[in-house]
Design a protein around this ligand. Sequence first.
Ligand code: NI
Length: 178
Amino acid sequence: MIQEHYQKAIKFAGEKHSKQNVPGSEANYLLHLSNVAMEVLVAYQNKPNFDLVFAIQLALLHDTLEDTDTTFEVLTNEFGLAIAKGVQALTKDETLATKRERMQDSLRRINTLEKEVGLVKLADRITNLQQPPSTWKPDKIKAYAEETVLIAETLRGKNEYLHNRLLKKIETYKKYVK
Ligand code: NI
């Protein structure tokens, strides 16, 4: 049952991210995670051609390795190896020098796994592509827009609905790029 998987994953994520807010917001990080899960659910409602139980768990857990003290071993024990590998691919390698290298490396690893992993990356960026915080400089906004184009191009085959949705969001975001 998807409901039990959802509840287990969001409880785990809620405890792990309990001290973390959405950047530039008073809201707890669960806001971001539930928005990504929502995008996955709407994509499935549009076309049920992927493993929803797998994708929804990835959506809720996708930042546990990057942002919390969760280990690969704990994720494997709690949710299985496929989930742990998916979350790991969605995690940037901080030993790489530049943001661009980190994203290219993550996308390369995402592409070796199930399509649901790439689908969650599309949903993640759709969720994040909003009006930039006032603290962001024009260069940062431009780099974020370019990075998003790279994500959309690299993961275009993972889910048609989310890919098209991301393309529309990229168009909307252009008004912030100076
Ligand atoms: Ni995210």
